[in-house]
Design a protein around this ligand. Structure first.
Ligand SMILES: Cc1ncc(COP(=O)(O)O)c(C=O)c1O
Length: 374
């Protein structure tokens, strides 16, 4: 069964576009002029939504430690913190009865944590790909791993993936892949990768740092061959730059074992004769968590769900086409990665992430003096 993302309702399409903090900020240019700043760096980090900033302001008087106090503020903070896990579950289409949400600082920490929990038996390995951000590459360098090759035009080579799965005959424990490239905007067919991985007895984890801000997404149910087993993302790429991200995993992965960081909150009992570790997300949320970051991220996810991710995608597709046309008009500019014409012709879906060279111009020069006309 194919996994479909959340449906749009007529009611949702009436919801106003979320506003961004600093959208009208003027910045100085060389030569003394000022211009309205257009943020072309959202693939790296987004500004906060106005609603997110307000939610943080409103929460501050109620802020207290979570899971540690019986006072009113502590109970309220704990409630909001735990409730935020539901927002994440709904945003990524995960099943609360089978999965847990662990709050971390960002995608990088989420993937390091995942690499810590994936304990390989002798002979087992992880497959990652040559398309990955370092955050989904370097944690696996600490484990037995192989890299899936790319095709000549820079896409994941699914034949290479399948032949490696075949070659290792059930020994591939995990296939881990980015759902969207931060360099070319390519959207690998992660559903096909998921079903290949599952057919050969492997799990699949997805680095969704780039995808989630742009497309509706559903991890899917445990019995679906196209499901995504584990997912990592960052709040600062989703209009909540307050230092929180999440790892969503099957609860079974956190049922036992020792945590990556040990300390307060990770145990049920400590005696002189031993330690009884906590289970579920508590096991990997050592110390006092970033409650404000979690409240901010949940607010952003709720706001995006109210607005509708399909509307976000539609708007982004228009902007992407506009950007391709304008970039192609600049003499001496070479866009890297596969050709963008299929995107212009609605023959391929791709994020509006561009890597390019402008002949004879160092990148700092381009950033300041060449792009204000956007
Ligand atoms: C595809 C991808 N994965 C992972 C990351 C790392 O995210 P963070 O810096 O929030 O940990 C990024 C950041 O740019 C990214 O684009």
């Amino acid at each position: 069964m194919a996994i479909t993302a959340r449906p749009t309702t007529a009611k949702r399409t009436a919801y106003p576009r979320p506003r961004i903090v600093g959208a009208k900020t003027e910045v100085p240019l060389f030569g003394g002029n000022h211009t309205r700043y257009v943020n072309l760096d959202s693939a790296a980090s987004t500004p906060p939504m106005v609603k997110v900033g307000r939610a943080v302001e409103e929460f501050l008087p109620w802020y207290s430690s979570v899971h540690r106090g019986a006072g009113y503020k502590s109970r309220l903070s704990t409630h909001l913190y735990e409730h935020a896990r539901d927002s994440v579950m709904r945003f990524v289409g995960a099943t609360p009865s089978t999965h847990v949400v662990v709050f971390v600082r960002n995608t990088t920490e989420a993937l390091n944590l995942l690499a810590h929990r994936i304990l390989l038996e002798p002979g087992e390995l992880v497959l990652t790909t040559r398309l990955e951000h370092h955050s989904n590459l370097l944690p696996w360098y600490r484990r037995a791993h192989e890299l899936v090759e790319l095709t000549a035009d820079g896409r994941i080579d699914l034949n290479d993936l399948e032949s490696r799965l075949k070659k290792h005959q059930g020994k591939v424990r995990l296939v881990t892949i980015s759902a969207a490239s931060n360099v070319t905007g390519l959207l690998p067919d992660i559903r096909r990768v998921a079903s290949l991985a599952h057919n050969y007895g492997a799990l699949i984890s997805v680095d969704a740092a780039q995808l989630l801000p742009h497309r509706a997404f559903a991890m899917g149910a445990l019995n679906d061959t196209e499901r995504i087993d584990m997912l990592a993302f960052s709040g600062h790429k989703l209009y909540a730059p307050y230092g929180t991200g999440a790892l969503v995993v099957p609860a079974s992965l956190f049922a036992d074992g020792e945590p990556m960081l040990v300390g307060g909150g990770t145990v049920c009992l400590v005696t002189s004769s031993g330690i009884s570790w906590a289970t579920g997300p508590d096991l990997e949320e050592a110390g006092s968590p970033n409650v404000i970051g979690v409240v901010a991220m949940a607010t952003a996810l709720e706001e995006l769900m109210r607005f509708g991710m399909d509307r976000v995608a539609e708007h982004e597709r228009d902007l992407t086409k506009y950007a391709i046309r304008r970039l192609q008009d600049i003499p001496g500019l070479t866009l890297f990665g596969p050709a963008w014409e299929p995107v212009l012709a609605d023959g391929e879906d791709r994020l509006g992430v561009f890597s390019f060279n402008l002949a004879g111009h160092p990148y700092r020069d381009i950033r300041i003096s060449r792009l204000p006309q956007f």
